[in-house]
Design a protein around this ligand. Sequence first.
Ligand code: NAP
Length: 556
Amino acid sequence: MSALQSVAGKGHATGREIYDVVVVGAGFAGMYMLHKLRGLGLSVRVYEQGGDVGGTWYWNRYPGARCDVESMQYSYSFSDELQQEWDWSERYAPQPEILKYANHVADRFKLRSDIQLDTRVDRAVFDESANSWQVAISDGNTVTAKHVVLATGCLSNARMPDIKGLADFVGKVYHTGHWPHERIDFTGQRVGVIGTGSSAIQSVPIIAEEASHLTVFQRTANFSIPARNAALSAEERRSWRADYPEIQRKAREETRNGIFTEMPDRGALDDGDNERRAKYEQRWTRGGLTFMSVYNNLALDKAANDTAADFVRHKIAEIVKDPHTAKLLQPNNHPIGSKRICIDSDYFATFNRPNVTLVDIKSNPIEAILPNAVRAGDKDYEVDALVLATGFDAMTGSVAKIDIRGRNGQTINQKWAEGPKTYLGLMSAGFPNLFIITGPGSPSVLSNMIVSIEQHVDWIADCLAWMRDRDLVTMEAKKDAEDSWVAHVNEVAHTTLYPQANSWYMGANIPGKPQIFMPYIGGVAIYRQTCNDVAAKGYEGFTMSVAERPQKLAAS
Ligand code: NAP
């Protein structure tokens, strides 16, 4: 019997369970990981903090929440039956429909029996003598696992801003990333929204329709492209499905961001003004994230980028009637796309409504929240409810919340004190048998998350099967491989315009967080090839050890 097969345990934790794998999180990553590992015959326990599956789509229930990747591409590809049977209703699925899809997947693949909901993983400690993890969970139990997979999500740790007086506000305070389950009716209320990222840009038009007055507090203007959301016809769904295998192969193997679209073969400055404007106009009319892939150098060349940024600024000026408000809404401190580009439905036009005010808190920062108002620039803006659309402690936040201790008792927070250090975004040296799905150092948030999740899950599952076949009990990133990868991630990032923005990609939205470009920007196709090559070379850059023999064997 293999080392992995020799440990088995099922059912609810009683304090004595031993699992092959503990998975943290039952979002899209955790659910697929469970499905794959079950296919290998491993015993798996998934712990999920939320009251149901769905991860980010369980928590982000704010008005207007929907995906910015088209539904037909924001779907699992691992099951052809699933793809053929699920009908997305709109080009960009709204949050309730994505959550329904997640629930459908949990039921269809009978995942629920191995998922323990309402359970937080508080601590994971590597036991060097037993080559296993002791995982302490919020129901008071501690379980043992040979491997731990963090499927904790990149944007899961909602960030409350540190604003004086917030605790004394007498009205209701909502965070977009932690929205209540019941519908919130803002009818007749004066509402304040703080923040103007993707979450605010989606929710502002909807809240404006209900509120008696909406005040939007903007620190940084953001670029946003119209979604042009619409119902999907049966014919559109049919034509996607007919070509699914080829579309998905191309998305996986040929693109940077895991989204199938035309591949640009020209730079923005290769076209004359009229031709360029016509191409931008065509993409603006089509809507969506592919606006940024009209040319191949918008993320690389500032002069090229300026042409796209100017186009969008011009559009904002056309849409927004009040010139002062239009000027404030025009982003001017970062290249377009260097912060996650937003996708909206009538965001800019909402500022033409008589019941909507934009307040520039860059020039006049918020001084305090009063019991019934927000004070900025010596002026009090009275509000009955506050919506904090202030984002997340991205990529590392949900890992940092768990007390993870690897070799010699080192915590992951100590290891990552100057920024996350991983090999391929998958493992961190000193933390054997601990995998991260879409971790820092992988394309993750720069890609269609489903594509990146599936790639990581498949790679991890293949790796565990490979270890089992060879009676290997531990796997760990080598420090030199990790150092080279971290340097490579950083080097590639600095060939682009991305580091020029104070973005959450850089950790810049969290005071005191090290400013390192966290995701890998080389693209999903190159990255997949790199991971496959590493595996083909016997997991080059990783150290493995065999069962019941303490000395390490270099697998490479
Ligand atoms: P975000 O992009 O980080 O935006 C947060 C906003 O809050 C920014 O405008 C920020 O201003 C502001 N802010 C933060 N702290 C503040 C403070 N103390 N005082 C005043 N303003 C403050 O967060 P998000 O909108 O939740 O989006 C995060 C990411 O989630 C997106 O980039 C996207 O990847 C994902 N997302 C996707 C979708 C979708 O699929 N459609 C929807 C929502 C979110 P500064 O910019 O000046 O820091």
